[in-house]
Design a protein around this ligand. Structure first.
Ligand code: ATP
Ligand code: PRP
Ligand code: MG
Length: 213
């Protein structure tokens, strides 16, 4: 039975290779060097499709891919409709945080009930976080380089992913609030899981046994 797995290039692809290997799946090509978007594997019936990280849930939801790997950030923003999420893979780990310029007094702004401009790629997560805190915000949707926004006066704060903290430090920003711990999850099309159970379940089991600590 055919199996299609949706992955994004970069860190998710790299960190997924050992999990695929545990399931006996070896890609025939490296998507970093190939321009191909459908990558064959050592199994005639298993293919990898290479999509944008934020598009993985869409491909799986509509059944264009049976399985996919996506960050918790992406899954929250997309919503879980039609997606079964059986496994936290503990890869691509980072934190969703609020960050501001070194010279911005965030605590004081919050205390005084200021309305804050928040630049982010994650409007859903940001909106929920500030609603929970009772802070009024205007969300400015960006697609990348969030760290620039406070430096040029586009926003008072950002909501973005932080791992080493190097990007914040290099741009004179400071993390002031932790919103969520993020890692990547396996997502499975619910109909495919039923129809292709005997093909998909062994892959899920192999992934589960190879999840890094
Ligand atoms: P898109 O192409 O949709 O804009 P992207 O290019 O930012 O996404 P990646 O940077 O590969 O895609 O991020 C994929 C996932 O890896 C994210 O959804 C997140 O869960 C996680 N991630 C992002 N940045 C980091 C980081 N610095 N360290 C660890 N994990 C990260
Ligand atoms: C991510 C994220 C931060 C950075 C944080 O960007 O959007 O900018 O990593 O990591 P750090 O704390 O280790 O510096 P990424 O490297 O994915 O770049 P891009 O998404 O803007 O292409
Ligand atoms: Mg990124």
């Amino acid at each position: 039975m055919k199996l299609t797995i949706a992955l994004s290039k970069g860190r998710i692809f790299e960190e997924t290779l050992p999990l695929l290997a545990a399931a006996g799946i070896v890609p025939a090509e490296d998507p970093e060097s190939s321009r191909k978007l459908v990558i064959d594997t050592n199994h005639e019936h298993v293919k990898l499709v290479i999509v944008r990280a934020s598009d993985v849930p869409t491909y799986v939801q509509y059944g264009a891919a049976d399985l996919g790997i996506a960050g918790r950030d992406v899954l929250i923003e997309h919503g879980g409709d039609g997606l079964y999420q059986p496994l936290d893979l503990n890869i691509a780990r980072c934190k969703m945080m609020v960050a501001v310029s070194n010279d911005f007094d965030y605590e004081a702004a919050v205390k005084h009930g200021a309305r804050l401009k928040i630049a982010t790629k994650y409007p859903q997560i940001a909106r929920e976080h500030f609603a929970r805190k009772g802070v009024h915000v205007d969300i400015i949707k960006l697609y990348g380089s969030m760290e620039l926004a406070p430096l040029v006066g586009l926003a008072d704060a950002i909501v973005d992913l932080v791992s080493t903290g190097n990007t914040l430090k290099a741009n004179n920003l400071l993390a002031v609030e932790h919103i969520l711990d993020i890692s990547s999850r396996l997502v499975v099309n619910q109909a495919a899981l039923k129809l292709k159970y005997s093909t998909i379940q062994p892959v899920l089991d192999a992934f589960a046994s190879a999840v890094p600590a």
